[in-house]
Design a protein around this ligand. Structure first.
Ligand SMILES: NC(=O)c1ccc[n+]([C@@H]2O[C@H](COP(=O)([O-])OP(=O)(O)OC[C@H]3O[C@@H](n4cnc5c(N)ncnc54)[C@H](OP(=O)(O)O)[C@@H]3O)[C@@H](O)[C@H]2O)c1
Length: 285
């Protein structure tokens, strides 16, 4: 049995869909009962409860061989991930698949990559088998710019000339489902990028072609961006951490794409143009 956390979020729901398509048995630990039907229709078992509730977590681990540790970024993420690992070990789980990030490298200074790295280390020291999933920036993050793209033909972000190898979340879900459901990924770091390394100026050009209208990237000074983002992200730790992550992109971001998706699936990950062909309705007025 596979246990997945974060199953109602972006990556977790893509993972559940892919597991369902493969006909794999899985259990999802979710906190919102209203979201259980979608998972059950994919053939998943659902346990209702918060990851913060150790009794429910322990209960959800029964009979489980592999656990997907996938949590949203927060000040308590590291502590909760450690708790999940402890509970998995106690329940006799064999392998942890951890949702991490490509930025989680030993020289990371930013809070989110640093917490991922510390969690990775904790998992490695647990004695359980492990696989780390380390994606780059999600194409789905661009959905936050849908309003300004629709209304003004502009993407307001503070990334300067920085580049990412952005990846579609559904491709990440495909990789995670594959890793969860087969052997041979133990002690591996799967760093996942999309098929192109793009600056946000290039991203805007691709939007212009896909939407048939001019879309410009506007490089917003980091302080001004933080003020705007602060209206939506009200937790100070989270706001500071996201800004720090974006500074890392603005300072250069990523230079090389990886072939992980191709090697694991035999297919090419979705390009931004393909992502927009599927999702253009979200960005059109
Ligand atoms: N976005 C990116 O570009 C990117 C790139 C690389 C790595 N990452 C990493 O990806 C992870 C986030 O993944 P995501 O974007 O798929 O997350 P997401 O869409 O924000 O979803 C978070 C999931 O966690 C669940 N959850 C939150 N608190 C919970 C609790 N107390 N008990 C049970 N479930 C709880 C949420 O449930 P509800 O539906 O009930 O809220 C939801 O299913 C982070 O660790 C991040 O560092 C992100």
């Amino acid at each position: 049995m596979i246990l997945i956390t974060g199953a109602t979020g972006k990556t977790g729901s893509a993972t559940a869909k892919s597991l369902g398509e493969k006909g794999e048995r899985f259990r999802a630990l979710i906190r919102n009962e209203e979201k259980k039907e979608g998972l059950e229709s994919l053939g998943g078992e659902v346990v209702i409860g918060s990851i913060e509730n150790t009794d429910v977590v322990n209960q959800s681990m029964q009979g489980v061989k592999t656990v997907l540790v996938l949590l949203p970024n927060s000040e308590s993420q590291l502590a909760l991930e450690k708790q999940l690992v402890d509970s998995a070990k106690q329940a006799g789980v064999e392998r942890i698949v951890k949702m991490s990030s490509i930025e989680a490298t030993p020289d990371a200074t930013s809070p989110i990559p640093k917490l991922h790295l510390e969690s990775e280390e904790y998992i490695k020291q647990s004695g359980l088998a492990w696989t780390m999933i380390k994606p780059n920036f999600y194409m789905q993050n661009l959905l936050a710019s849908a309003g300004t793209i629709k209304d003004q033909g502009k993407i307001f972000l503070p990334m300067g000339e920085g580049k990412t190898g952005m990846i579609d979340t559904t491709d990440v879900g495909t990789v995670i489902a594959k890793v969860l459901s087969e052997d041979g990924h133990e002690s591996m770091n799967h760093e996942i990028t999309g098929p192109e390394i793009l600056s946000f100026y290039e991203v805007a050009e691709i939007f212009s072609k896909a939407l048939g209208k001019q879309v410009d990237y506007v490089d917003v000074p980091m302080d001004a961006y933080k003020e705007t983002l602060g209206q939506f992200l009200t937790n100070q730790w989270h706001l500071d951490a996201v800004i720090d992550l974006f500074k890392g992109i603005a300072e250069g971001g990523i230079e090389d794409k990886t072939n992980t998706f191709n090697e694991l699936t035999g297919e090419t990950p979705k390009s931004l143009s393909q992502f927009l062909a599927e999702n253009s309705f979200i960005f059109k007025s």
